[in-house]
Design a protein around this ligand. Structure first.
Ligand code: SF4
Length: 699
């Protein structure tokens, strides 16, 4: 068998992989795809071990399981019984309590076709917008930031802009560990061009900071102070692009007035960064021929996440450094298909193809496309709002697909309590190690990566194909097939009469026709033959679109980009004498999410085998802790017990916990989300993972 072209299923970089299965031994071989424009043959440790995850199936769910009531044990059942029960429960609840009594919680690792069909089922046929995804925990602040400033959820740049830039401003991100192959490109570019400037903003001196020309270790939550300070210096030093501002933007006067409300010295004190470093960062940005800002969870996962995004995008707009080679804001997507999910409407606050719920024309267009009278006119519940609604009894049933909220959502013990209160919980997953299974009334075994073919959209709008290499174990089915079988049970077979993911893609692409995210020129066959492309891609002879806004006409109604004067205040929970430290959380290099896949690869477990808390030696001394001590980290919502790792690479007053370990992996003793707050940004509804008040005590 020859190698098949596919795409890594972990982070949003979307590296190209070549995979083949030996038909005699069953062994799967994998290597980097030299022809892939993003990764050029390289893979990080996680990507290199994808085949080990696929070949080891002893942890896999292989048969549907169901319990008749909460006291009864789960028992193996046929697909016929499982889906009949799901349909009966959903029909019963919808008849009695209305369509908003049910909801779907999905994942940025689903394929676009899967997202599409679940979105169609929910919004078009069940009649609720209660479909949200873990992208809400990941990118929703960036989505709103782009929409408000540029008119649409659209990343303007391409990976190829990296080699054309001479100034990188990386804020709230550690791409060296979380987007490694993208970071390798920056590193190689810097090595070849030592004058390229790299500025890293992070309270921790991460591996990304190790190649920085300037590391700004800000006080957590003060990002907007820093960005406004830089804006002030850019304006003061005449580094703005006055012609671009006048011709292509709105709101500059308000931004100018706002950023001049504080002096540079006041800004420096607020964010804990020397004034001279702020000036240096601003001068490098202002003088750059190519300025790329990069950010991810450090900005997005905040109660003021949208404002952080807007304040950062202001820097590109003030300097006119957007829509030009090597220039633009570049949000680094956490998951491989968070963007694809948003394209088909996989958030409760939007419709398919970036259309708006509050626009009656848009709603009718979507309804007509699906052949239904209407789609609901009010936003559905976002991820955390679903937990609120389950807790309050307003939502009765939740169907969780391809994600593990019991470990990955903030305030985890509250999430567990809400799921216990639900009338009916369906968990559709690949792994027996997903902690959320403990709360399921119905478990549906799904096919995993390499067991189905479909598309994903990576961080620079690149649509790529994931190909089936091997069969799913036991009775596991591809996620979309589970949904189209369920839809048939609900009586909607005619509208869900699919037999392949290619058919679903062909339907979806026609929905994009004429929109800003038009992919009507694409097909599975095209992607298989030609490799990945960047949208828009409106005809088969298109070359794709590496860079948006090259004419400086934005997707806003007046074609001008919007700048916003944002107040710098943070609204996270307060620290006090009982909980004096700020907890921040994040990924480690070799693990992924809640470890249901990477946790079973021994090579990956060797890097960092157990959870830990990073703490500055001065804080450790205050609490009587030495390196390696077992400590309790306590907050207002819970606690964890982990080993202390003393390091001067973290800012005093801040502690760090990795996000990966959870209920099953560590009986919740290392679950960071026991401590995190479920406050959400009022607009993006993204939780405030990166700022929780805690203390630390020796066990
Ligand atoms: Fe996969 Fe991301 Fe690593 Fe690339 S950088 S191999 S997409 S995990």
């Amino acid at each position: 068998m020859t190698f098949l072209r596919s795409t890594c299923s972990y982070c949003g970089v979307g590296c190209g992989v070549l995979i083949k299965k030996n038909p005699y031994t069953g062994e799967i071989h994998l290597k980097g795809d030299e022809s892939h424009p993003a990764s050029r043959g390289k893979l990080c440790s996680k990507g290199m071990n994808l085949h080990h995850v696929a070949m080891e199936t002893s942890d896999r769910l292989t048969v549907p399981r169901m319990r008749v009531n909460r006291q009864a044990p789960l028992q193996e059942v046929s697909w016929e019984t499982a889906l009949s029960r799901a349909a009966a429960v959903f029909k019963g609840l919808i008849d009695k309590f209305g369509p908003d009594s049910v909801g779907f919680y999905l994942s940025g690792q689903l394929l676009t076709e899967e997202y599409y069909i679940i979105n169609k089922l929910t919004k078009g046929f069940i009649g609720t917008n209660n479909i949200d995804t873990n992208s809400r925990l990941c990118m929703s602040s960036a989505v709103v930031g782009y929409k408000k400033s540029l008119g649409e959820d659209a990343v303007p740049v391409s990976y190829d802009d990296i080699e054309l830039a001479d100034c990188f401003f990386i804020a709230g991100a550690n791409p060296a560990w979380c987007h490694p192959i993208l970071f390798r490109r920056i590193e190689a570019h810097k090595l070849a061009n030592p004058d390229v400037k790299i500025i890293v903003v992070d309270p921790r001196h991460t591996q990304s900071a190790s190649i920085a020309d300037l590391h700004l270790p800000i006080i957590p939550g003060t990002d907007i102070y820093l960005f406004n300070a830089i804006a002030r210096v850019l304006i003061e030093q005449g580094k703005m692009d006055a012609a671009f501002i006048a011709e292509h933007t709105n709101g500059f006067e308000h931004v100018q007035a706002k950023v001049f409300e504080l002096t540079l010295a006041e800004y420096a004190e607020k964010c804990g960064v020397p004034a001279a470093d702020i000036v240096q960062a601003a001068l490098w940005i202002g003088d750059a021929k190519g300025f790329i800002s990069m950010w991810t969870m450090g900005l997005n996962q905040s109660v003021v996440g949208v404002n952080k995004n807007l304040a950062l995008i202001n820097l590109s707009l003030i300097t006119g450094k957007i829509g030009r080679p090597g220039n633009g804001p570049f949000s680094l997507t956490g998951q491989p298909n968070a963007m694809g999910g948003r394209e088909v409407g996989g958030l409760s606050t939007m419709l398919a193809v970036h259309k708006e719920i509050n626009n009656p024309v848009h709603r009718q267009e979507i309804a007509d496309f699906w052949g239904v009278p209407s789609v609901p006119d009010r936003p559905g519940l976002s991820a955390m709002e679903m937990i609120d609604a389950l807790e309050a009894g307003r939502m009765k049933a939740i169907w969780i697909i391809c994600t593990n909220p019991v470990d990955s959502m903030p305030n985890a013990r509250r999430v567990e309590a809400a799921l216990r209160k639900a009338n009916f919980v369906i968990v559709q997953d690949i792994s027996k190690n997903a902690s959320s299974l403990d709360f399921a009334d119905l478990i549906l075994p799904a096919a995993g990566y390499m067991e189905k073919s479909g598309t994903m959209t990576n961080a620079d709008r690149r649509v790529s194909l994931v190909q089936k290499i091997t069969d799913a174990p036991g009775q596991a089915l591809a996620d979309a097939e589970i949904i189209w079988r369920f839809a048939a049970k609900m009586g909607w077979q005619k509208s869900f009469n699919y037999s392949s993911y290619g058919q679903i893609f062909d339907e979806y692409k026609m929905q994009t026709k004429g929109t800003n995210i038009d992919v009507s020129g694409l097909s599975h066959a095209y992607l298989k033959a030609n490799g990945s492309v960047q949208w828009p891609f409106a005809s088969a002879d298109s070359k794709g679109t590496p860079r948006l806004f090259t004419d400086h006409r934005f997707y806003t109604p007046d074609a001008r980009a919007n700048m916003f004067a944002v107040a710098p205040d943070n609204a996270s929970e307060n620290t006090d004498t009982d909980f004096p430290l700020v907890l921040t959380t994040g990924r480690i290099r070799d693990q992924w999410h809640t470890m249901t896949r990477t946790g079973k690869v021994s090579k990956l477990n060797k890097h960092i085998p157990e959870p830990f808390v990073e703490i500055h030696p001065n804080d450790a001394e205050r609490f009587g802790i030495i390196n390696g001590d077992l400590v309790d980290v306590r907050g207002r919502r819970g606690d964890v017990r982990v080993r202390a790792k003393l390091t001067e690479t973290i800012r005093e007053g801040v502690v760090f916990l990795p996000m990966h370990w959870g209920r099953i992996m560590q009986r919740d003793a290392g679950r960071a989300n026991n401590l995190t707050h479920d406050l959400i940004d009022p607009t993006s509804k993204q939780p405030d993972f990166k700022f929780s008040a805690v203390n630390v005590h020796k066990y």
